[in-house]
Ligand binder design. Structure first.
Ligand code: HEC
Length: 154
């Protein structure tokens, strides 16, 4: 019981820290970080695709799935703060303005992304290639669903 209480207290403290750190991210850095995070997820997604189409390296797939889940579970919402609707300086953005007003939909897409990424980690850990393939398909759908609504084509 005491252990659990300590963990909860630490968890809350960590949350508080995350909030104060996030508050310090300049708008241009929010744009920079979110583009970098999605690009990093895409790089890792490409590795999983290559494994599914070629020689399957379980360790590489696990590492890539964990990296994507890291992005999905990182609290990306903090990188879509006020003032990041449009380019700032040399930080261009292809975000659609709707993302900042349709909260229920962005929450849904972010949640689906995290669910799909976490399921992919589970599948990768199981070593069941068919399960990885299915989970990878679901992940791709979660990326596309969000892009269809909130990323402008350019
Ligand atoms: C919750 C919504 C959402 C999800 C889920 C999502 N994206 Fe995106 N993605 C965006 C938005 C919004 C942008 C535009 C960011 C900007 O330009 O400020 C973007 C941009 C990108 C970019 C371009 C980055 C750049 O440098 O301009 C890539 C690549 C990308 N996403 C890949 C992915 C992949 C791969 C996944 C799934 C593994 C994914 N995204 C999941 C919303 C999402």
């Amino acid at each position: 019981m005491k252990k659990i209480t300590t963990r909860i207290v630490l968890g809350i403290a960590a949350l508080g820290l995350a909030t104060s750190v996030c508050a310090q991210v300049k708008p241009e850095d929010q744009i920079k970080f979110r583009k970098a995070a999605y690009s990093f997820a895409a790089w890792n997604s490409g590795k999983i695709k290559a494994n599914l189409e070629g020689t399957y390296d379980a360790a590489q797939v696990k590492a890539a799935a964990n990296a994507i889940a890291g992005v999905a579970n990182s609290g990306m919402g903090a990188l879509f703060g006020p003032g990041t609707e449009n380019a700032i300086g040399d930080q261009k953005t292809s975000v659609k303005p709707e993302l900042f007003t349709n909260t229920p939909l962005i929450v849904k897409h972010s949640g689906d992304f995290a669910t799909a990424a976490n399921a992919l980690v589970k599948a990768a850990d199981s070593g069941d290639v068919a399960a990885v393939k299915a989970a990878y398909g679901d992940l791709g759908k979660s990326c596309k669903a969000c892009h269809d609504d909130f990323r402008a084509r350019n």
